[in-house]
Design a protein around this ligand. Structure first.
Ligand SMILES: Cc1ncc(COP(=O)(O)O)c(C=O)c1O
Length: 389
């Protein structure tokens, strides 16, 4: 594994590189793509070998969620997360967001209110609105530069008619790992208000050395009858284009209802995603451990470089490769700091406003890229804001 190898994705229809000029006005010729949440690395060799084996066989049949695939997921959850997953609890969807959309279809009605703790991953609100449900934004509290859930405030804010909470754990864009205590408090909050809880743990393998993430089903097993956990190998092994994710539900009645929605849409697995998932989970431990050491150094270089610019603040990250940078102390209007990042630094970063309440003064930078690009991005940012030095 050589994470320093520059892989040129331009001209391959990779969203991150080939759509950035259209969306951000940043040319791929000399721009740096730091928006879409995939990385610029090859996946583990075992995942590539799985595709080679498929191609050598040359048969692309309909494919079951076979025992090897389900077993690889269970085994990974057990050895990496201390969570015992019965293979029968797993459903495969065309991505985590697809799984969330199916949950909306299975468990809610048009017009129902769905709670988000914002700012949060923008596709949650997009899919809720597209499904004709209502988004209820409960703002995260910023305490000492870090996000917290303010459940007391949310208890006052909610009117009791809400149906579901979508919880991002670890948190995108804040990079926070929620403690077991925080998760248990949230579980009680949901139980007291009869809310279903979807825990999106797609980032749960991207944990920096020295930190530990606890899956919601381990933190709060007592709410199994209202808990849906969803995850995927896509972020951690950089195989998002497979659109293969897992919705894991231990409660039988809840799972049956979910599978009803899955069957109503005729959703089933694809052969490439199944094989790459299995290979990654079976053989990817060392690769992930090495990746996190590499990303940790990216995190150090990028945070030091950003925090050295007066007025910019990098939110401390415990997980994910998505860094959240606050521009509010520059005193600049949003249009100006965005203009400087896109035009002067020639960097495409996700606009904070799309993440909901509280995101306005932020940009999200993806640091899942080669070290040389991180160093270059820091230099360009320092140059673009040089008058603040
Ligand atoms: C929290 C979170 N959930 C889901 C997704 C997307 O998952 P998928 O591509 O499997 O729908 C992302 C991608 O950035 C994410 O950050």
């Amino acid at each position: 594994m050589n994470f320093d190898e520059i892989i040129d994705c331009r001209g391959t229809n990779a969203t991150k590189w080939d759509k950035m000029e259209r969306l951000y006005g940043v040319s791929p010729d000399d721009g740096i793509a730091m928006w879409v949440a995939d990385m610029d690395f090859h996946p583990p060799q075992a995942a590539l070998d799985a595709v080679t084996a498929l191609n050598e066989r040359g048969m692309y049949t309909y494919h079951m969620d076979d025992e090897g695939y389900l077993g690889a997921i269970s085994s990974w959850m057990h050895r990496r997360h201390g969570w015992t997953v019965d293979p029968s609890w797993i459903s495969t969807t065309h991505g985590v967001v697809n799984g969330i959309g199916l949950c909306l279809a299975a468990f809610t009605e048009p017009g129902d209110k769905i709670v988000l703790f914002t700012p949060v991953y923008h596709a949650f609100a997009r899919v809720i609105k597209a499904a004709g449900r209502q988004v209820v934004e409960c703002p995260l509290a910023l305490i000492d530069g870090v996000y917290h859930m303010d459940l007391e405030a949310y208890a006052d804010q909610l009117d009791g008619s809400e149906k579901m909470v979508i919880f991002c754990s670890p948190h995108n864009p804040g990079g926070r790992i929620w403690t077991v205590g925080e998760q248990r408090d949230l579980a009680r909050f949901c139980a007291d208000r009869d809310l279903l809880l979807i825990a999106d743990e797609i980032h749960h393998d991207l944990i920096y050395p020295g930190h530990t993430h606890t899956p919601m089903p381990v933190a709060a097993p007592e709410i199994a009858d209202r808990l849906i956990m969803t995850t995927a190998p896509s972020k951690v092994f950089n195989i998002a284009g497979n659109h293969t994710a897992q919705v894991i539900i231990s409660d039988h009645a809840l799972r049956r209802k979910f599978q009803g929605a899955l069957h109503a849409m005729s959703i089933s697995s694809n052969i490439v995603g199944i094989n790459m998932t299995r290979a990654s989970y079976d053989h990817g431990d060392d690769w992930v451990d090495a990746l996190m050491v590499y990303l940790d150094e990216n995190r150090r270089i990028f945070s030091d470089g950003i925090n050295a610019i007066p007025g910019l603040e990098f939110m401390p990250m415990q997980a994910t490769y998505l860094s959240w940078v606050d521009f509010s102390d520059t005193g600049m209007a949003k249009a100006e700091f965005i203009e400087r990042v896109q035009k002067r630094a020639r960097i495409a970063a996700s606009h904070g406003e799309t993440f909901g309440l509280g995101g306005d003064s932020y940009l999200r930078f993806n640091i899942g890229t080669q070290r040389a690009r991180i160093v270059e991005a820091v230099a360009r940012m320092q140059d673009a804001f040089a008058d603040l030095q």
